[in-house]
Write a protein that binds this ligand. Structure first.
Ligand code: WT7
Length: 652
């Protein structure tokens, strides 16, 4: 457990503003009032299994389930005995009616090219890709690594895996070759799907080059499919590498979906934890799909005529759940954008919203803070009147950013859904329901129907209103992770043994007198940089793998734009002295080991790290030093007090 209790986190936020949904919005919403929402929540609390059974009627089953829930703490099965196929639910079931000719995917490339795929076109592409994968020997139960830019083929590849019962493991295109290699090896992927490159701020991100590097030490991969996106030169290894077009052109455009068990692993996705090794979070087919679909309705109020845009990369869980599986299961139209928000200029997002008349827009607080910095004039150049609902995810949104989002983007007309969830939860757990819940800037408001969230002490006792504590979930929910790939023990320890009998989220929170949740940040050694979780241990392992480094400690410092910035304290081997050149070298080294987004913002050299008598690094102190805090509190357990003094003298 962390070396500081959750109750240490003092909530300094005082926020009294309250925004009820506009009558006009509520009138047209799927859930129209607080009374309706509360009735749903009551029903779910009184009879959770009956409630989820009713919801499960929203999916298309090849074989009905015989039992709703099998809860053998901490192992869970939902919809036992049922069979279905995720790609069938996301595509085929829409082909029987008018959705057949509806846009499923509206894609915008960074250079300005665009593509629209109707549900029927998506069906054909997915079938071709599924057949192509089969021809490479991929079978149900195999793992396929996907390392791609934000292009339609990434979605097609995911759905093609689902169609033949293969489990996909998407690796974010911003990860380095080393990080990709580790993820491929942990998953023991048989096939890797990639592209020559992807566009990012006018530059080519050379994905295939990283794959070549990674595959040197990834023996499980025997085939690599390469999409031509940027036309940059790539090496094609004979016998291993095949071009996407050549493979798909040879395939039939129909492919029978494989009927899989409810619990069949749809995908694994790696996320950071408190140790140096990323965890492969495993998600099921039925429970996951149902949960993302229900939240599309409850939280995003999705209607057939809506155009929905979630800006997350599909390398993260938000892209899986709210660009691919949620919207497509709902038969919605989704926008997908390849590049950066400032390419070619700072108004690219607003230009895309105007171009496609986007109705629902879902992004991260760190992006919102960047837009504020760029200035309102970029927004005002565009007509955003199509927007009717706004969402955020990834980190707590500060009330000022919330107000800007509300006023400048939402023109005071759009409800904002501040959605709390995690890679592990699969879908949103705590969020306003836009036609019902009055919002308070900075609060994710209340748990959704069927979600038993609470704030408790380390012993598991509920704390009172406005008391800080650990955010936990007390009952299983359909979208929850099923295990950690290859490491069931870690699943048990990490999530179910920290606090007795419940799922521990790793977040601190407080619940106010209205039952609204205020997330106060992580209570473990995980920091949140620009809405992405980074394990401090991961960064530390990367640093000590450099020959000059003896010991390292990474902590977060509050940052106006990123939420948290990454500060690393480093001791060096032998008599080596730190200088700016080494500093830059270490930052690049972490970038190479993990990916550019993990490059430390600050590296501070020190003679020793402050430790307790038992040898634990005192992160609380380092966090305070990193934040420039003068009142360092109780330091009596410090083994070497002089270390602390030296660290403070050495401020950069
Ligand atoms: C962590 C999960 C799930 C999508 C993106 C991140 C933080 C997420 C909120 C929110 C306050 C939030 C939490 C959580 N977080 N959403 N609305 N308000 N904090 O997924 O990488 O698995 O990170 O992000 O700390 O535990 P992730």
């Amino acid at each position: 457990m962390p070396d500081h209790p959750a109750i240490d986190i003092e909530s300094v936020l005082k926020e009294d503003r309250k925004f009820p949904p506009a009558a006009e919005f509520s009138r047209r919403a799927l859930i129209k009032s607080m009374a309706e929402l509360e009735a749903l929540s009551r029903r779910a609390a009184e009879d959770p299994e009956g409630f989820w059974k009713e919801c499960a009627g929203e999916l298309f089953w090849f074989k009905p389930f015989t039992k709703v829930l099998d809860w053998n703490f901490p192992w869970v099965k939902w919809f036992v005995g049922g069979e279905l196929n995720a790609s069938y639910n996301c595509i085929d079931r829409h082909l029987a009616g008018p959705r057949r000719n509806k846009a499923a995917l509206i894609w915008e490339g960074e250079p300005g090219d665009s593509r629209i795929l109707t549900y029927q076109m998506l069906a054909s592409e997915v079938a071709r890709c599924a057949n192509g994968l089969r021809s490479l020997g991929v079978k149900a139960g195999d793992l396929v690594a996907i390392y791609m830019p934000m292009v339609p083929e990434a979605v097609i590849a995911m759905l093609a895996c689902a169609r033949i019962g293969a489990t996909h493991s998407v690796v974010f295109g911003g990860f380095s070759a080393d990080a990709l290699r580790d993820r491929i090896n942990d998953a023991e992927a048989k096939v890797c799907i990639t592209a020559d490159g992807g566009w990012r701020r006018g530059q080519i991100v050379e994905l295939k080059r990283n794959v070549d590097e990674a595959l040197k030490e990834a023996p499980s991969v025997h085939k690599c499919v390469v999409l031509k996106r940027c036309g940059n030169h790539v090496e094609m290894r004979a016998g291993r590498d095949v071009w996407w077009d050549e493979l798909m052109d040879a395939q039939k455009a129909v492919c029978e979906p494989v009927s899989v068990d409810s619990e069949h692993p749809l995908y694994t996705l790696y996320t950071s934890g408190t140790t140096g090794k990323p965890k492969g979070v495993v998600h099921s087919t039925a429970g996951y799909l149902l949960h993302v679909l229900m939240t599309m309705k409850w939280v995003f109020d999705i209607k057939d005529e809506d155009i929905f845009w979630c800006t997350a990369d599909i390398g993260w869980v938000t892209g899986h759940s709210y660009t691919v599986y949620g919207p497509l299961a709902a038969g919605a139209t989704v926008v997908m954008y390849e590049g950066a928000p400032n390419a070619p200029a700072n108004d690219r997002f607003w230009q895309i919203i105007e171009k496609y008349r986007v109705n629902i827009f879902y992004t991260a607080p760190t992006a919102i803070r960047t837009f504020i910095k760029w200035g309102d004039e970029w927004v005002h150049k565009h007509d955003l009147s199509s927007l009717r609902l706004l969402g955020t995810v990834g980190e707590p949104i500060n009330p000022e950013a919330w107000m800007w989002y509300h006023k400048v983007i939402g023109r005071e007309k759009c409800p904002i859904v501040d959605t709390w969830w995690q890679t592990e939860t699969g879908a949103i757990l705590i969020s306003p329901v836009p036609g019902a819940t009055p919002t308070k800037p900075g609060s994710a408001t209340r748990p959704l129907p069927g979600i038993a969230a609470d704030v408790v002490t380390r012993e598991g006792t509920s704390v009172g209103p406005n008391q800080g504590g650990f955010l936990v979930i007390k009952r299983p929910w359909p979208g929850m992770l099923r295990t950690i790939f290859h490491d069931p023990d870690r699943y048990k320890k990490q999530y179910f043994e920290q606090i007795p009998g419940v799922y521990t989220t790793g977040d601190g929170a407080r619940c106010d007198e209205d039952g609204y949740f205020w997330i106060m940040g992580r209570v473990d050694d995980v920091i949140n940089v620009s809405g992405h979780r980074l394990g401090t241990m991961e960064v530390e392992s990367a640093l000590v793998s450099h020959p000059a480094v003896a010991e390292a400690a990474a902590v977060g410092r509050p940052d106006d734009l990123k939420g948290q910035a990454l500060v690393c304290f480093v001791t060096l081997e032998g008599r080596r002295k730190g200088d700016d050149r080494l500093r830059e070298e270490l930052r690049n080294h972490v970038g190479k080991e993990i990916g550019a987004f993990a490059r430390p913002d600050t590296i501070r050299f020190t003679d020793a790290l402050p430790k307790t008598r038992s040898g634990k690094i005192m992160r609380r102190l380092l966090r305070q030093i990193a934040a420039g805090d003068q009142a360092l509190g109780d330091t009596t357990t410090l083994e070497d007090l002089s270390v602390l003094a030296r660290l403070r003298e050495d401020e950069e």
